[in-house]
Write a protein that binds this ligand. Structure first.
Ligand code: 13P
Length: 257
């Protein structure tokens, strides 16, 4: 973490878990467990129908909330879609884009990720842009090349002052939901490389102000070592964000200097 130049963020990605009626008790428990002083931005990215419930439950707390995807389109005849204006109207601060599960199961392309990033920035929502290599790419030593490509594609055409508002989440696909976390060294290497890509596309000032998160089996036990890395500015948490004590422990992990 480097608090001097950028925000530390712990964001939960609930994926397709929990019911709207379960939001209140989860948030109440989380609020009671969170450290008293704020050491990071704490956010919950939840399924669309749960957003209003979380929004009500977190009122007057320092937890923020967001969505997990957004439509490519502004409005119109797109049955089943949810646009960026709707998310901003609900009060979302963040929206995840390009999660590997959307890329894998819904065929989301890098160009679509880029369109979604623009759509979100246009309405003032912070995109949490997910990038990450497959196990095969890592084994073939293609990780840094692929990450370079994904980051450039996601940020194409974004103004430098808008890039500063973006968040990148490095989520190696082989570490998601597998219990197989990247080592702190592996995660730091890629997060540092992501910052170098942004420096190359823009400049050092822009690069140092972008928060870069790690995601992939991050939990209450391994968070401290990951968060101690200089280029890891927080976490995007799947499974461990569904349990309030575990999520609160990860938030507490950002208290370290
Ligand atoms: P897990 O923490 O369950 O591995 O999920 C990570 C993730 O995909 C967050 O977006």
């Amino acid at each position: 973490m480097n608090r001097k130049y950028r925000k530390t963020i712990i964001a939960g990605n609930w994926k397709m878990n929990k019911l709207p009626s379960e939001a209140r008790s989860f948030v109440d428990e989380l609020r009671s467990l969170l450290p008293k002083t704020k050491t990071c931005d704490t956010a919950l990215c939840v399924p669309y129908p749960i957003i209003p419930n979380v929004a009500r439950a977190i009122k007057d707390s320092r937890i923020s909330f967001g969505a997990q995807d957004v439509s490519l389109h502004d409005s119109g005849a797109y049955t089943g879609e949810v646009n960026a204006a709707m998310l901003t109207d609900l009060g979302c601060r963040y929206c995840i884009v390009g999660h590997s599960e959307r890329r894998q199961y819904h065929g989301e392309t890098d160009s679509e990720v880029n369109t979604k990033v623009h759509n979100l920035l246009n309405v003032g929502i912070i995109p949490i842009i997910c990038v990450g290599e497959s196990l095969e790419q890592r084994e073939k030593e293609l990780t840094l090349e692929y990450i370079d490509y994904q980051v450039k594609a996601a940020l194409a055409g974004v103004e430098p002052k808008e890039v500063k508002r973006c968040v990148i989440a490095y989520e190696p696909i082989w570490a998601i939901g597998t219990g197989k976390t990247a080592t702190a060294e592996q995660a730091e290497e890629v997060c540092c490389a992501i910052r170098a890509v942004i420096r190359g596309m823009f400049d050092a000032r822009v690069a140092r102000s972008v928060s870069i998160l790690y995601g992939g089996s991050m939990n209450a036990k391994n968070c401290d070592e990951l968060l101690a890395q200089p280029d890891i500015d927080g976490g995007l948490i799947g499974g461990a964000s569904l349990k309030a004590p575990d999520f609160a422990r990860i938030v507490a992990g950002t208290a370290q200097e």
